[in-house]
Ligand binder design. Structure first.
Ligand code: SF4
Ligand code: SF4
Length: 426
């Protein structure tokens, strides 16, 4: 970072010593994971810059936005519609939960058998090392799995203002009505927070901005169908992760610029791995920054990841929001319909997720699927069995990996991934 941001971090109430320790790990981990990859697209330099300034310039931008009277809204789940936040001229940011921090503090609050994602969110909050959380005027939680639902009862202590959305567990008529009512309540809450009423024009523009971001990602995903793959799974994951932090227009422009470059690479048959390298689709729990453990292992073993069936990936961005009708009410229907297409394992049953995994495996010509479940995540770990069985039945080799954020099992996972790649060769 070129500027001294310590006064800003102090103003935000961060624990500077603990924050230094975090940055001291994050920087080298990023270097080691990303910058040494062979044949990286030149456009990834933008993401290198974003990551180098992830606690600096972007936070400064959030602070400037707040000084200009705009509100910053932190979220943890893809079910919180960004369209509503943008429609009140707010800024939405995903809250980091991709690493464990201060486990000794976290385990005073949460049982040990809690997933790493929830523990990560608490660790960053309790140790006061997340400037995004500190810069958020409002944090929106959501009742998805039991861990999060009960966790919010404790999390309020660490957020300026915590608002919890209820979510249905079944995609039925009643489930839709519940989600719609919650979207309307969130809209009212955001209007009260910002002092701005959502208008037809404002909401239409907001929908278009978020759709543009998603469309740029769809373009990127499609290019990964080429063999050789023009971009690594690690770099594509990074773009999926930055999706949640960056300024929407700047992000869209940067992803489209990379896609221009990748189109030229595909035409010239240039790739990040040799043609014919094993192609893997990763499916399962979301991977937030800086959770790069499994993709590093998979690509380090000589495979290339060609898709992420994940909320930090195609599950989260797959559908566009249709601009329905010409009233705020009808547009809310479009938002509700779009978000209820997300195939999260908290829904029961959740058959469309399997259909989507199969479609992605076919579209991106994956040789196999690696199912990623976070230890103690009941929804995804329980769904993993039937998903594996159904994929294998259709001739799609599948490997189930259950892990957490710790490095202890990396060697064992590497061995299992290597054996899986041998199986794919056979
Ligand atoms: S996996 Fe489910 S709970 Fe987690 S971010 Fe995605 S939609 Fe939300
Ligand atoms: S990974 Fe699983 S247990 Fe953890 S927050 Fe997401 S749905 Fe809940």
């Amino acid at each position: 970072m070129s500027t001294d941001y310590r006064p800003m971090w102090k103003e935000l109430g961060l624990d500077l010593e603990a924050h230094d320790a975090l940055l001291g790990v994050l920087g080298p981990l990023y270097e080691q994971t990303f910058t040494k990859q062979p044949n990286r697209p030149a456009g990834m330099k933008y993401f290198d810059f974003v990551m180098s300034e992830v606690h600096g310039l972007r936070i400064q931008e959030l602070m400037d936005a707040r000084k200009a009277g705009r509100k910053v809204v932190g979220t943890f789940c893809t079910f919180v519609p960004e369209e509503l936040v943008l429609a009140v001229d707010g800024v939405m940011v995903g809250l980091c939960a991709g690493a464990e921090f201060a486990p000794e503090l976290v385990e005073q609050a949460l049982p040990r058998n809690t997933c790493s994602l929830i523990k990560g969110a608490f660790g960053f909050a309790m140790a006061r090392v997340c400037p995004y959380l500190a810069a958020s005027d409002l944090v929106v939680g959501e009742n998805t799995c039991d861990g999060k639902k009960k966790g919010w009862e404790l999390f309020g202590e660490y957020a300026k203002d915590l608002y919890v959305m209820d979510l249905p567990q079944v995609k039925s008529e009643q489930g839709r009505a519940l989600y719609r009512a919650e979207v309307v309540k969130l809209k009212d809450r955001l209007e009260a927070l910002s002092g701005r009423k959502i208008t037809v024009d404002g909401l239409e523009a907001a929908i278009a901005r978020v759709n543009a971001k998603r469309s740029a990602m769809h373009r990127l995903y499609c290019l990964r169908a080429a063999d050789p793959a023009p971009i690594s799974g690690l770099d594509a994951l990074l773009a999926n992760q930055v999706f949640f932090y960056d300024d929407p227009e700047r992000f869209t422009g940067s992803v489209n610029a990379i896609c221009d470059e990748l189109e030229a690479r595909v035409a010239a048959k240039q790739g990040v791995a040799r043609a014919g390298a094993p192609r893997i689709l990763v499916s399962g729990c979301p991977m937030a920054v800086p959770n790069w453990k499994l993709p590093s292992i998979i690509e380090g073993a000589g495979a290339v990841i060609v898709g992420e069936e994940s909320c930090v990936g195609e599950r989260g961005t797959q559908a566009l929001t249709e601009i329905k009708g010409s009233t705020v009410e009808s547009m809310i229907d479009g938002i509700v319909d779009r978000y209820l297409k997300i195939d999260c394992a908290i829904f029961s049953p959740n058959p469309s997720r399997l259909t989507h995994i199969e479609a992605m495996a076919k579209k991106y010509k994956a040789d196999g699927v690696v199912h990623y479940g976070l230890t103690f995540c009941n929804p995804y770990q329980i769904e993993a069995g039937p998903v594996e069985k159904a994929l294998e039945k259709k001739g799609i080799p599948t490997l189930r990996i259950d892990t957490d954020y710790g490095p202890q099992d990396a060697g064992q996972i590497r061995m299992r991934v290597e054996a899986f790649l041998e199986r794919l060769k056979g």
